[in-house]
Design a protein around this ligand. Structure first.
Ligand code: BGC
Length: 476
């Protein structure tokens, strides 16, 4: 039987985190509270989200229709400490595109070269082959600059988008997310596309032996730091998690099997709730975020929780409040009316004021918007950021608690990375509190595992190389 706390206990935990709104005008105060009520989750709703998520995980792992991909990553083991050598890593999917060369000696990174390359909007949104040619150009530049161009190198490729993996080095892009929408890539094996681009470029010898998601990279990086690590979580521009699953539970396995006991499953929770599953928590503000996004009607969950959307959600609420003449004297500046002008980073800044009980950060943020505002407006902005942030933290915690319950280990460490987690001053605190309420029988820790998407690709290549060698050896 799955443990389910009393809804009232969850309600209480949520209530404790919401500060009361106190404005000089009590009528305005009531109206603001009323308009934002729809964003405050009840314990009952939180538990319902958890139940649905748990069922969706079960459906996905059994190859049944689900809004969670529950993708087999074909990585059956974490690092075992014997991995040694030089590994290339390519990281595409976040704000930046990076290439790394890491030298491993018994699990320790003894040398690391990193270069960051800019990807213009033209490349993100243009023809896919041109994007991959650019990646190959950068790789060519990188290996030459590192002085390793004459060597044959193995590489791990972090590709942080929903993909269908057929093997450790075959990943078919299902759908672009975040700010990428290059044409003629969806439905294609991106390892093959990159391999072909590298060939077209010529002059370097690189073998892409592993493709992975940033969550997987974060889990691998986390396990280097803590051997109890079993979950990788990203809370950044996008959001997603992966975990170690028992191999016997996994129905989908296209590659050859080698008696694996476990395997990393990439949950891909961004699209959780697509098709109406989470409509009971969906507000008109969420619908507007969705309509304004690059991918309308999809990635429902990501739009509630990730850095790409939280700021925009706050902006749309502020616009609505101003239209009701509840803030800014009812007058909006041009900037405030611009889509995406209120970034999630601003939300983190405003949240600092909520922690310190000050107004200076909010004041600085609002100054940049060219608005007429008073002390009450500042309080409302702080309140909106808090409500939106608590909802996001609750939803992430609910799903994380379900993953922890599913794994049912004595103790599990969650490796976390991403700008939202790193910069938001209260996200971690809320996650610790809410997960504990929702999965009280399980010990867990949250551990920051930075740069898993970069280094993790090198680590995945190292594990892939070790597995390849051992399979070859066993078949002799
Ligand atoms: C992608 C995931 C990725 C996450 C975090 C989402 O938009 O679909 O694959 O793990 O962002 O980068």
């Amino acid at each position: 039987m799955r443990f389910r706390p009393e809804p009232s206990a969850v309600d209480l935990a949520i209530e404790e985190e919401h500060a009361p709104l106190a404005l000089s005008n009590s009528q305005t105060e009531e109206k603001v509270k009323e308009l934002l009520k729809c964003l405050r989750l009840t314990g009952e709703n939180v538990l319902r989200v958890g139940d649905i998520f748990s069922q969706e995980m079960e459906n996905g792992i059994n190859d049944q229709p689900s809004t969670l991909l529950m993708e087999n990553t074909y990585i059956p083991e974490l690092l075992n400490g014997t991995e040694t050598g030089d590994f290339l890593a390519l990281d595409l999917g976040g704000t930046n595109f990076r290439i790394l060369l890491i030298s491993l000696q018994n699990e320790n990174v003894v040398r690391e070269e990193v270069m960051q390359y800019h990807i213009s909007d033209d490349l993100r949104l243009g023809e896919g082959e041109v994007l991959f040619d650019y990646l190959a150009d950068c790789l060519y530049d990188f290996v030459h600059k590192c002085g390793v161009a004459s060597r044959r190198l193995v590489m791990g490729f972090t590709f942080s988008f929903p993909m269908h993996q057929r093997s450790l080095n075959c990943g078919v892009l299902i759908k672009w997310t975040k700010s990428f929408a290059a044409t003629n890539v969806e439905g294609q094996d991106v390892v093959k596309m990159l391999g072909e681009a590298i060939k077209r470029k010529g002059g370097i010898d690189v073998d892409i032996i592993a493709i992975l998601n940033d969550t997987t990279g974060t889990l691998l990086q986390g396990c280097r730091l803590d051997h109890e690590c079993g979950i990788g979580l990203i809370l950044g521009t996008g959001s997603n998690a992966c975990y170690m699953e028992r191999a016997e539970r996994v129905s989908h396995w296209e590659a050859e099997r080698h008696g694996e006991k476990e395997v990393i499953i990439d949950i891909e929770w961004g699209a959780f709730g697509d098709g109406g599953l989470l409509d009971f928590i969906r507000t008109d503000f969420d619908k507007q975020v969705d309509t304004n996004s690059l991918f309308a009607n999809s990635f429902t969950f990501e739009k509630y929780i990730s850095g790409k959307y939280l700021g925009e959600l706050v902006r749309l609420i502020l616009v609505n409040l101003a239209n009701h003449r509840l803030i800014f004297n009812g007058i909006l500046s041009k900037k405030m009316q611009q889509i995406d002008s209120f970034t999630t980073n601003y939300v983190s800044h405003v949240e600092k004021d909520n922690v310190d009980n000050t107004i200076c950060e909010t004041d600085t943020v609002l100054k940049g918007f060219n608005l007429d505002y008073n002390e009450d407006d500042i309080q409302v902005v702080k309140y909106v950021c808090e409500v939106v942030s608590i909802r996001a933290a609750l939803l992430v915690s609910t799903c994380l608690a379900e993953v922890i319950k599913r794994m049912n280990r004595d103790s599990v460490t969650v490796a976390v990375d991403g700008s939202l987690y790193k910069h938001h001053p209260r996200f971690k605190h809320w996650m610790l509190k809410f997960v504990e309420i929702l999965a009280p029988r399980h010990k867990f820790q949250l551990m920051l595992a930075e740069d898993g998407s970069g280094k993790g690709a090198g680590l995945a290549a190292a594990v892939a190389q070790r597995l390849r060698d051992s399979y070859c050896h066993n078949s002799k």
